[in-house]
Design a protein around this ligand. Structure first.
Ligand SMILES: [Mn+2]
Length: 338
């Protein structure tokens, strides 16, 4: 596998006409914003582009793709058979597993991989990776600048800037996470200077809830227990309660953050119960978030899960909710006292 510079990526992409951009399953603001920005740039150069994702585009991210034509957006649906791509590339995809159900179709055909993850296991013809970037969107901005230089055109339009701003603010938690660097803020400033609507993007990405999510928050907050002098919070949501709020699994995503906001909490555990539709087992999906040194990934690995230090998850199966609570609280207590 070759390692590419931004200039090599730009030259490679500009020499192609029909381009497929792969993004990862459970699409987030960064992969959608990065791919949409690149697609928008390439479309303005008269190229045919398809963004391909194994999952459908979540409603809350739809605004990022606003100006792209429907045919470009292959979220949860295949590219037309006669598209005839001359370049298949990926943005923000750290491993082939993240291609989900399109893995088999594309895994061996990726020619160019652009990514910002610490570890990347995609086997591509060439890779351009910069783990110092908060978001893949930072790389796409550099790529856009390079392509502008080569094509002798200003490709960074307001539309492209909006998409890149969404990508970068998404992965940096609107510039709140530890991955925010001086360069991240500098790039955000540049995007703002060409007209990125930072107010609207921040509101839509971070300050917008569905009514179901709002009702769900009202239901879980009084149910939350605080253990170990408030250092550990535990909250269990039953499947039937989810239905009561008219909420879906996706509505739970934003919930995991709120418990960590309590000042004493070092580790929060949000547990979501459901019955496995195949085996009939009781399952409790645990989402862990920590503030400082508590290692969420280590706790979850003990139950066959994993993730990052400050955010991880696992599912405990085949035991009742009370037992699942006991198991995770015991492991968490050990880790907090360490
Ligand atoms: Mn990313």
């Amino acid at each position: 596998m070759k390692t590419y510079t931004v200039a090599e990526c730009a030259r490679d992409i500009l020499s192609k006409e029909r381009i497929i951009i792969l993004v990862h399953s459970s699409p987030d603001g960064d992969c959608v914003g990065s791919a949409a920005a690149l697609a928008s740039v390439l479309a303005s150069l008269g190229k045919s582009v398809r963004i391909v994702c194994p999952h459908i585009l979540p409603e809350r991210l739809a605004f990022i793709c606003e100006e792209l034509s429907e045919e470009v957006l292959c979220f949860g649906r295949p590219v037309e058979e006669d598209f005839g791509a001359d370049l298949i590339m990926s943005t923000d995809v750290a491993s082939p597993e993240l291609l989900g159900k399109i893995r088999e179709l594309y895994e061996d055909k990726i020619e160019l991989c652009i990514d910002h993850h610490m570890i990347n296991t995609v086997s591509a013809g060439a890779i351009w990776r910069d783990a110092s970037a908060s978001a893949c969107g930072e790389l796409i901005l550099e790529l856009c600048d390079e392509m502008s230089r080569i094509a002798n055109a200003q490709l960074l339009t307001r539309t492209v800037a909006d998409k890149l701003y969404a990508a970068i603010s998404s992965d940096s938690g609107t510039f709140k996470y530890g991955n925010t660097t001086a360069k991240t803020l500098l790039y955000a400033s540049r995007l703002k200077s060409v007209g990125a609507d930072s107010e609207r993007i921040s509101r839509l990405l971070f300050d917008t809830k569905t009514l179901a999510q709002f009702r769900l928050a009202g239901l879980v907050i009084p149910k939350t227990e605080f253990l170990l002098d408030g250092k550990l919070s535990y909250c269990l949501l039953l499947d039937e309660e989810l239905a009561l709020c008219g909420a879906t699994k996706e509505d739970c995503d934003g919930l995991t953050q709120i418990f960590r906001e309590v000042d004493t909490v070092e580790l929060s555990i949000f547990a979501k119960q459901h019955i496995d539709s195949v085996t009939g087992e009781n399952c409790v999906k645990m989402s862990l978030r920590s503030k400082n040194d508590v290692n969420c990934a280590k706790i979850c690995e003990a139950f066959g899960g994993g993730g990052h230090i400050k955010a991880a998850g696992c599912t405990i199966r085949g035991v009742d909710c009370e037992k699942a609570r006991e198991l995770i609280v015991e492991k968490a207590t050990e880790e907090i006292r360490n």
